[in-house]
Design a binder for this molecule. Sequence first.
Ligand code: HEM
Length: 512
Amino acid sequence: MIATALLLTLAVGALSHLVYLCYFHPLAQYPGPWLARFTNFWRLLAFRSGRQHLTELALHRRYGHVVRVGPNWLSFETLADFEAIYGFNRDIEKDEFYNFGRSNKRQGFSLFTAKTDAQHRDRRKKVVTPALTLAKVGGYVEVVRKNVGVLLARLDDAVVVVAATQRDGKEGKVNVARILHRFTIDTSLEVIYGPHVCPQPVTDIPATAGFPEAIKLAGKSAWTASLLPLPAWFMSLRIVMALTGRLDNSNNKHATPVNLAAVAATSAKLIFNPQREELLSQHQQNSILKHWVALPSDDSRKMPPSELWSEAFNLVLAGTGSSAAALTALLHRLGLGAGKPWQTKIRAEIAAQQSNDIPSSSTFPVLFAVIKETLRLDAPFPTAFPRTIRAGAENALPGLPTALPVGTRVSASTFVLGRSHRLWGADADEWKPERWLDGDHHEDLDERFVAFSKGARQCVGRDLAILMTASAAIAVLKQWELSSVGALEGNSSFLEMSYDSCWLRFEETNNE
Ligand code: HEM
């Protein structure tokens, strides 16, 4: 009898909650998928399918600029909304969603996962000014060039192997997706840690050869856990892991670390060594870590080892896949019919260079237009990074009928904004680099360009990402005429865009 009464009470309670979510919740007035009123589970499924970016685009095209994508979560589409969410409002924060990057003792939090405005401002000052300003990034150019050389050699090998296996005289196609990912991993890690941790390209070392796959999995797992924290917590219990055969040997001190764990361990050995400054200064070569460590001890930007370790690893996680996605999409677009004339124009720009300066938008306006157009259409981070409304920000989003309750999650996707007809016009879905070369509207377009986000938390690796992408593209186009074969495969968004296959044909150009 008591049990029945209890069950009945629970059922009535659950039903009233569902009715509340559906009709009386403050977000009930906003349109969206039916299931989103009750659970984030549909969002998890969309994310795991790799198509969340496409789902969000379709939702905005169907429902307009505000969509309820979860019981307590609104997605936005206009530039004003994007600027309100990601701009400089200190009462819109990164909440528990980012706990995946805050949990472990050694790590603390990082620039990316910092929660409050004060934490973030302090960390940003320490990370960026000593090592990631445009001038400092210029100091990494030799490391980038060296790794571009490795990239060309790997492509050359792949082209030769494919040509040797061709019997019908046709030039073979090469899948460049993994080769390009290896390039951004090897380059970024050497720029971040220097030769002490990266005496050779990281993906050439047997223990870290699986780095590309491991880092993709890390991002996917972290986001999955954040989308459904309770089940993720349950699945991470040791007993559940043992029962489901997922208990690994990460706690086994005798196991040799591989991939991400190997880099984490090798970098920790250097960073937690009291002699780190002397060790790092043994090499002439610039690195981000070397710049951070070299700050005088009374400099307020000087980080203790735990912060150094966390911030360096954070750059690895944030920059390698996104830059690979950018470069892959760029070469694919250039190899399509619409891209071929742009290859010719970029080759003309290369030929016109008098010096070996760092590529910039003034020396390579066409290349930079092509890069921006690709980043606009094929956002490397197509995931909407959620923020939470805190007290003081209830009215921060313009034009809403009522104030948002404190605790509401809000987001806007760079992919959706990059393809918004409202922002880019009727030809938003077309790849047209010429739009960036129209002198009159150029600044206006820059305002709408959100691939690296905007405001206080915009990307700190933008200049490095552009340097890697532009340098690799220049070197590849100088040597080969590219033709894309088929569509990009994989094409899944798991936090960053992940391409499994990008097939290209390579034909030698006549450039010396
Ligand atoms: C084409 C490549 C890249 C794209 C499109 C990109 C895009 C973005 C975006 C959209 C954000 C904002 C995330 C948010 O709102 O939470 C971001 C943040 C960030 N990016 Fe990038 N990124 C790229 C490359 C890089 C590289 C190479 C690095 C490292 C060297 C890097 C490091 C970071 C960090 C540390 C943050 C957090 C900044 C903060 O919260 O203050 N990114 N990036």
